[in-house]
Ligand binder design. Structure first.
Ligand SMILES: [Cu+2]
Length: 332
């Protein structure tokens, strides 16, 4: 794997974002892609990210797609430590032109930050609960019981979660204070990506987290969303380049519905279940995910145009879990 594309080398999220802005619209050359299964080119091209936003939001779902938080890198006793600092808040977010919802969140965004580390790094998450309710952070993955995050952190308190990043793969994290359905439904969930030591081939990487909102607390969801905001990517398609290998980190954090599917139009994807393999498991165009299930999906679009992606529970798709990829032609 190319050193240039080993993104774990970026010391901070800011560095990565700066790099991302630089890379937007620029062709990066000379990289060999170890993905013969794909028709993707050996170049990673990321289109400029649209920043227009007519909703009153404390975050931009278009930026959340590629916003990977690598933490602050430290060396302690000869090993790599990645330190993350997060704050629990209650924040109003405008779900659509009619509905504003009080979310419980980390760093004023739903989903919470996408933490990213390399297998074997020490991970330290400094969790400040500045919200009026008790919360916790429970990580999936392997760690000691004291770091399992099922104990409440009371309002005004700070707790430091610290453990080794293992195993490599894609893991959810979320608040585990009862009723968990409510704390997750309010928005306290996110992705924790652990990269394998050998890395993965270069790709345009994105996060899609499926969530839902039970607006009237009746134990049923009224609205659904990719990355926090219903229909955001339906109304503002995600630009990607034709023939570019896309790597999606997909998580289902929908409460109350036992399972949803994820489907992309006019294409097939390779599945890496739970991100726990370096070789794909199978190829299909729809995958079923129970709550907290997550996968890496890879694909490239052969033809330009706008293509839907959505769960194939069409009620869920029609209530907000709907988006498009806008496949931009590659210049000759
Ligand atoms: Cu909570």
């Amino acid at each position: 794997m190319s050193e240039l594309f080993n993104l774990t080398r970026f010391k901070t999220r800011r560095q990565f974002i700066q790099w991302g802005l630089l890379a937007g619209g620029i062709t990066l050359v000379g990289l060999k892609l170890n993905a013969p299964r794909s028709e993707a080119t050996s170049l990673v091209k990321v289109p400029p990210v649209p920043q227009d936003n007519d909703l009153d939001l404390s975050f931009n779902p278009m930026s959340i797609l590629r916003d990977f938080d690598y933490g602050t890198l430290k060396q302690e006793d000869g090993r790599t430590v990645r330190e993350f600092e997060v704050f629990a808040h209650s924040t109003p977010i405008q779900l659509n032109r009619a509905i504003t919802f009080i979310s419980w969140n980390l760093n004023d965004r739903v989903p919470a930050p996408t933490f990213r580390a390399t297998q074997g790094d020490r991970v330290r998450i400094i969790f400040h609960n500045e919200d009026g309710h008790s919360h916790s952070l429970h990580f999936h993955g392997t760690h000691p019981v004291e770091m399992d995050g099922v104990k409440s952190v009371r309002r005004g308190k700070t707790f430091v979660y610290e453990f080794d990043a293992e195993p490599y793969g894609v893991h959810p994290y979320h608040c585990h204070v009862a009723p968990v359905t409510r704390h997750v439904g309010k928005g306290l969930y996110g992705l924790f990506i652990v990269d394998p030591l050998e890395g993965r081939p270069p790709a345009d990487e994105m996060v899609l987290v499926m969530g839902a909102y039970d607006l009237d607390s009746d134990g049923k969801n009224e609205l659904y969303a990719f990355n926090g905001i219903p229909n955001y990517y339906r109304d503002r398609p995600i630009p990607i380049y034709q023939n570019q290998l896309i790597r999606l980190y997909v998580l289902n954090m929908i409460e109350f519905d036992p399972a949803v599917t994820f489907h992309i139009h006019a294409n097939m994807f390779q599945i890496y279940p739970t991100g726990r393999s370096l070789e794909p498991h199978e190829e299909t165009d729809v995958i079923t995910m129970g709550t907290a299930e997550r996968h890496i999906l890879e694909f490239a679009y052969k033809y330009p145009g706008q293509y839907m992606f959505h769960p194939h529970q069409d009620y869920i798709a029609e209530h907000g879990c709907m988006g498009y990829f806008d496949v931009i032609p590659q210049e000759a």
